[in-house]
Design a protein around this ligand. Structure first.
Ligand code: SAM
Length: 527
């Protein structure tokens, strides 16, 4: 029973007042980019609006609150829930509601679903009462989507302007793209990526964005190990976050090798890596950390690897990342593909002509090095390389004379003399055609040194092959590499560049950087 002295019970504030309070609070949180808190407050506001007593007159407020909660959820990368909010907002508002359509478009764009994102932005433009300032934003999104949609369908990317202008600002945004490829069983090990038609050098094979990437500048040797450990930990954390948020990413990661019993692994359809096939759903499943750590050990790539070229700002950094489709590419010491890193994107192109049915391979480590060094490096990767070149060199390199040449080079003998002995040995051992390129690639450092020295050229004359002959044979065997093209460029600079030589260099440049860099921009990269 109420006493005379008790204060009167507080009346709940009228709905309008409460709504206004929540609305202001939520807006402020949104502006302060406190996404989780703003989701919480918008949820209270939405519940209030959805009450049957209020709904008829609060449709507009509900729609706006749903759109704003979708925006906050989008920023938290909770795409499944954000999409649900956008769809609910559209259901309530029969005509186009630009705010929720804009948000839905942004989510789909983030998921690389260019065509349906484009539909959303176009539909948002039909809103008779667009929210202030949206027209310009929407038109910009329409243009962006059109460009990405075209890239993802045609595979025609052009980085020339960015290269010519000296890599200004952020790296360009690129679409995900998969060319004429399929995943099949590989003779090298487990599964591999294969060409489904003839492909010429420089053709883009695929473009994919990292699931996670961690970069840092590594300074002195002492701090390197520690800094690398910290980077690795942060990288793993980022992969875990991506996998926790997206069931699709978790599923795709689970298709990757852990390095164990690769022959037993299923061969996935390449289509599962196309963003359009994505089921957007939510999941709270836990990531299997033990399996994930082995998967990352086997499949992570570093940006500064010798087989890759890093364009733009990242070239000063050491970066480690996970790119899903690239994880199906096996290593070969006679690779036919190369990687180009642009921001978080990985572009893989053919570094020489590839025949239909041929396996796509790139170098995990420096293949311009002798067999024993390559064997050591593949051991650290946890496999024994079974490529044609390794098999061939296992026979040739066991010769005592080869061992003597290698030993001499390690001790600093005259490189011209060593090469002359090697070339003469190859004649006696009947090493021919591509196989000559295999051996020369193994001793490429020595060839480079000899070609850089006029004295060596004079002394050894025709006992060492002309630079372009050696370059051609190495390129035919192992594809192009910057250290190989350098020999030609420096050679033609010394002798005064002829048009013919420059054309040849540019052709090699295509193998090196791919057709995404056109002729006029290629000169900048090669100079
Ligand atoms: C990034 S995965 C490549 C795809 C893998 N074969 C699969 O089935 O998922 C790397 C693993 O493939 C195997 N591998 C790659 N190149 C190889 C080669 N040249 N010889 C033998 N095994 C190789 C090794 O087990 C290596 O750890």
């Amino acid at each position: 029973m109420r006493e005379e002295t008790d204060p009167p019970p507080q009346q709940p504030p009228p709905v309008e007042e409460l709504m206004q309070e929540l609305r202001s609070k939520a807006t402020e949180l949104l502006l302060r980019e406190e996404w989780e808190e703003s989701v919480h407050v918008y949820t209270q506001l939405i519940n209030l609006c959805q009450h049957p007593d209020h709904l008829p007159k609060l449709r507009k407020s509900l729609c706006l609150a749903l759109s704003n909660r979708a925006e906050a959820r989008f920023r938290l990368r909770d795409f499944a829930e954000a999409l649900k909010d956008c769809e609910e907002a559209s259901r309530i508002n029969e005509t186009a509601h630009s705010k929720s359509l804009l948000c839905k478009g942004k989510i789909l764009l983030a998921l690389n679903r260019y065509s349906i994102a484009l539909d959303c932005f176009k539909a948002a433009l039909l809103d008779p009462h667009p929210n202030g300032g949206n027209l310009e934003t929407l038109n910009a999104y329409v243009d962006r989507c059109k460009k990405l949609e075209s890239q993802s369908k045609t595979g025609s990317f052009d980085l020339s302007d960015w290269v010519i202008n000296g890599f200004p600002g952020k790296p360009p945004e690129l679409a995900e793209y998969i060319g004429a490829l399929q995943i099949k069983r590989s003779e090298l090990s487990g599964r591999g990526l294969f060409a489904t038609k003839n492909i010429d050098a420089g053709t883009l094979l695929f473009v994919t964005k990292a699931i996670a990437i961690e970069r840092g500048i590594l300074s002195s040797k002492d701090s390197d190990d520690n800094a690398q450990m910290v980077m690795w930990k942060d990288f793993v954390q980022k992969v875990v976050e991506s996998a926790t948020i997206s069931p699709r990413i978790r599923h795709l990661i689970s298709a990757l090798s852990t390095g164990e019993e690769e022959e037993e692994l299923e061969v996935p359809e390449i289509d599962i890596f196309r963003p359009e096939t994505e089921e957007i759903g939510q999941s709270n499943e836990k990531v299997d950390m033990v399996r994930l750590m082995s998967t990352l050990d086997v499949n992570s790539l570093v940006e500064d690897s010798v087989s890759a070229k890093v364009l733009g700002k990242n070239s000063d950094y050491y970066g480690v990342g996970l790119w899903l489709l690239a994880s199906f590419i096996n290593h070969s010491c006679i690779p036919n593909a190369r990687r180009l890193h642009v921001g978080d994107y990985l572009l893989v192109h053919a570094s020489r002509d590839v025949k239909a049915g041929e396996e796509i391979t790139f170098a995990y480590f420096d293949v311009l090095s002798p067999l024993d060094k390559r064997e050591e490096m593949s051991r650290t990767w946890g496999f024994h390389c079974g490529c044609k070149r390794c098999k061939f060199e296992q026979l040739v390199c066991s010769r005592q004379e080869m061992e003597e040449i290698e030993m001499g080079l390690r001790r600093g003998t005259d490189v011209g003399g060593a090469i002359s002995r090697l070339e003469e040995g190859m004649r006696r051992w009947m090493v021919r055609g591509k196989e000559k390129g295999y051996v020369r690639a193994s001793f490429w450092d020595a060839y480079c040194e000899a070609y850089a020295s006029d004295k060596s050229a004079r002394r050894w004359g025709s006992r060492i092959p002309a630079a372009d002959v050696a370059v051609d044979s190495v390129v035919e065997a192992t594809g192009i590499d910057e250290r190989v093209s350098k020999v030609l460029i420096q050679g033609s600079k010394r002798s005064g560049t002829s048009v013919m030589d420059m054309d040849k260099v540019l052709k090699l440049g295509r193998g090196l950087y791919g057709k995404v860099v056109k002729k006029h921009a290629m000169k900048r990269l090669l100079s």
